[in-house]
Ligand binder design. Structure first.
Ligand SMILES: NC(=O)c1ccc[n+]([C@@H]2O[C@H](COP(=O)([O-])OP(=O)(O)OC[C@H]3O[C@@H](n4cnc5c(N)ncnc54)[C@H](OP(=O)(O)O)[C@@H]3O)[C@@H](O)[C@H]2O)c1
Length: 312
């Protein structure tokens, strides 16, 4: 059987993405094949497509972009006992999610509650698992963190929205940066909003006279020096988006975590979304054919929220 996928064979702008008809991928050991219902766009997708993160001039073979996926199990590989054909799941794909059919490791999947839509399910994996990881690395893991003030730089983004809400639920006082346009959105999450950019440290001090205990850069726009100044130490700061800045200032850069821990975090997040205790990022959907447009809209912030591709 064949099905449609988005792929690229060379690095470049959104024009390198093409829709192809390909053989359905065959699940290996511990993997399942999903009939994809929704796949989300993450900044990493267009960073990889651009070639900015590559050592060579072109990918060695055609690549299908995308990590976040939600869909129905339609085939199982050897050794799969926890999932069966017909199960509805969400998680991280292996080998690309912008497709009608995608592979995923069972370790990277969790079940989709009936009350969570396909597009919301697809929007969650990367942002939810990253938020849980960030908070654990900053010492704000499960438990009561009343009395701790956390600064989230990039609070209106996918990772920021999740990080703010979970930190607030754990009792922390949260200050979140966003553009003027998204100040109310950040306030609605339970944080004190501050406009990002030049003069950030002074604006934060004005709303946090008690000081800032921990800070995370989820935007990668050059704020690390301010975050170190505000917390008093690079050890109290984390970034997920500024590798060079982290190297320069001695800040920890986090790029991934233990897959089993991440999947447990995803299961918890989707359960909280299902019962209304955690708000998923706002979702905007695109047909699969408009994958390039969706990546561009995310990269240039033409459309806010989590951009999700629907294969049909
Ligand atoms: N290392 C990891 O494990 C990991 C995991 C996930 C994501 N990431 C990276 O983290 C970054 C954010 O990902 P995302 O999915 O949250 O992206 P996103 O949903 O596209 O959000 C990006 C946010 O950045 C904000 N922003 C823009 N300019 C800013 C500035 N100068 N200062 C502070 N914030 C600014 C925007 O706020 P406004 O909308 O208000 O302008 C926007 O909400 C990306 O670089 C991504 O690659 C890393």
């Amino acid at each position: 059987m064949t099905s449609r996928a988005v792929q690229y064979r060379r690095f470049g702008g959104p024009e390198v993405l093409e829709i192809v008809e390909r053989e359905d991928p065959v699940p290996g050991e511990g993997q399942v094949r999903l009939a994809v219902r929704a796949a989300a766009v993450n900044p990493l997708d267009w960073k990889l497509r651009s070639g900015a993160m590559a050592a060579a001039d072109a990918p060695p073979e055609p690549r299908v972009p995308g990590f976040d996926v939600a869909g129905v199990v339609e085939a199982v590989g050897d050794g799969v006992v926890d999932l069966a054909v017909g199960d509805e799941v969400l998680g991280k794909s292996v080998g690309g999610a912008y497709a009608e059919k995608a592979l995923a490791s069972v370790r990277g999947l969790t079940r989709k509650p009936a009350g969570v839509s396909w597009e919301v399910a697809a929007a969650l994996p990367v942002v939810a698992t990253t938020a849980y990881r960030v908070l654990a690395l900053l010492g704000l893991d499960e438990g009561d963190h009343t009395g701790t003030t956390l600064l989230v730089d990039g609070a209106a983004g996918g990772v920021g929205v999740m990080t703010v809400q979970i930190a607030v639920a754990r009792g922390a006082t949260v200050i979140g940066t966003a553009s003027e346009a998204h100040q109310d959105d950040v306030r609605a999450l339970g944080a004190t909003p501050v406009v990002y950019g030049e003069g950030l440290a002074d604006r934060v001090r004005a709303v946090a006279p008690q000081g800032v205990d921990r800070a995370v850069d989820t935007a990668g726009k050059g704020s690390l020096r301010d975050l170190v100044e505000l917390t008093g130490s690079p050890e109290k700061v984390l970034t997920i988006a500024d590798y060079a800045g982290a190297q320069e200032l001695g800040v920890t850069f986090s790029s991934g975590g233990d897959p089993d821990v991440e999947t447990r975090a995803l299961a918890e997040a989707v359960a909280l979304v299902a019962d209304g205790r955690l708000r998923a990022p706002a979702v905007v959907t695109y047909p699969l054919e408009q994958a390039g447009q969706a990546q561009d809209d995310n990269q240039y912030r033409r459309v806010a929220g989590k951009l999700v591709l629907l294969p049909s």
